[in-house]
Design a protein around this ligand. Sequence first.
Ligand code: ADP
Ligand code: MG
Length: 484
Amino acid sequence: MSIYNKYEAVIGLEIHIQLLTKSKMYSSDSAEYGGLPNTHVSVTSLGHPGTLPMVNKQAIEFAVKLGLAVHATIRYENQFARKNYFYADLPKGYQITQDKTPICNGGYITIKQKDGTEKNINITRIHMEEDAGKSLHDQDVYDTLVDLNRAGVPLLEMVSEPEIKNGEEAYAYLTEVRKLVRYLDICDGNMEEGSMRCDANVSVRLKGATEFGKKVEVKNMNSIRNVQRAIDYEFTRQIDLIEAGENIAGETRSFDAVKGSTFSLRSKENANDYRYFPEPDLQPVYVTEACINEVRKQLPELPNHLYKRYIRDFKLSDYDAGVITDTKAIAHYFNELTSHTDNYKAAANWLMVNIKGFLNENALDIERFPVKPKQIADLIAVIDEGKISHSVASQKVFPHLIKEPQKSALQIAQELNLIQESSADALQDWINQALAKYPEKITEYKGGKKNLVGLFMGEVMKLSGGKADPKTASKLVQETLDKK
Ligand code: ADP
Ligand code: MG
């Protein structure tokens, strides 16, 4: 047995969620991403003495929104606190955050495990705070440059209980959180650009042990995948140390994505004392029941709920329901599509195969897809009515529909002369011709070679230019042969 099997990991994640507000957390400066350096900075962002902070109402609503979505308890009286530390990208010398009174407590995120069962990861708290500026070390040969556009941008910090067991669960947890903040329209969830950031607290212990091991905090993972890699690396690194008889140092480490390893940034032994105290320049903010109800009304149907509803009511597979609820825009399209058709399975297939295929090939979002859900529902109806085959629909009508989205599926099928012939008269004509061509095969059929129906059907399809409705035609071919 490998030594690693004797141990288990204990993991808690701290996620920073950058909010999509127009202005900053405590000032009216623009919170928009990507402006020229130091253009979104008034005296407040620059931390000039005597300036006063003001709380961003939208940020509070976003915090409540996330809190409700994760079933947390929302706090009524919210106090802000100063967290003091010195850093070049922090002009005030402190960050305004929440200490003893986070806006949300409790709640959970549901993840799906490998075996298909669900697990709830409990959330300790969600609090509001502001971001720091950004130090740029690679823009100038000699100096570090500081961009303060980000200083003061609103953040929610969401802290999980140490209930995550491995890198895979961390991956699933982060994927759910990202999906959720995107559904809620409170954050773009982009880890590559840093608008969602995750610190992973990792410790290991012998299986069955009741006490936690010493934890290490890992930072600087710029993708969900890299969080998983960093955790997997830490798991073996820490076990190797313990097995070698060494102690785990309480420290902050950074992840090197190229090497796939972590390295020490700083020890926690001489950690800062932030000397938190209540922010004297801000009154407490009171979140009333009325405000909470107002926000609750704006909540969209959440991905997990949609996922279960699609499986229960539409009989979709786990996989299909997962793909369709992956983004709100896709789910929204599907909702509208299924309001126009009862053929849910076909609706899911058209969305996942044809539409997503087209979007991927053209690097488009579904918002830019020109064909309305109603038209796709009509296309499905045209197929279900036997007027065109599925392959003709996807190879000929669908591409045409994208080019001329103002037309209906039926209109296009008619214009392209693709409507299947299912009238017995027309079909009988082609069948008679097909049979006349191979008199000796009729004898063979009569002698027992029943699979010759295929040969005659092929001929019928050829004569009809592909328009013969195959179901009706094959029935008629057999009937005609049996009468001979
Ligand atoms: P700190 O004061 O060092 O920031 P916290 O108690 O605030 O520590 O916890 C930070 C995060 O670390 C939380 O997500 C928590 O679940 C997690 N955590 C706490 N103890 C451990 C541990 N022994 N191993 C792994 N994660 C832990
Ligand atoms: Mg912490």
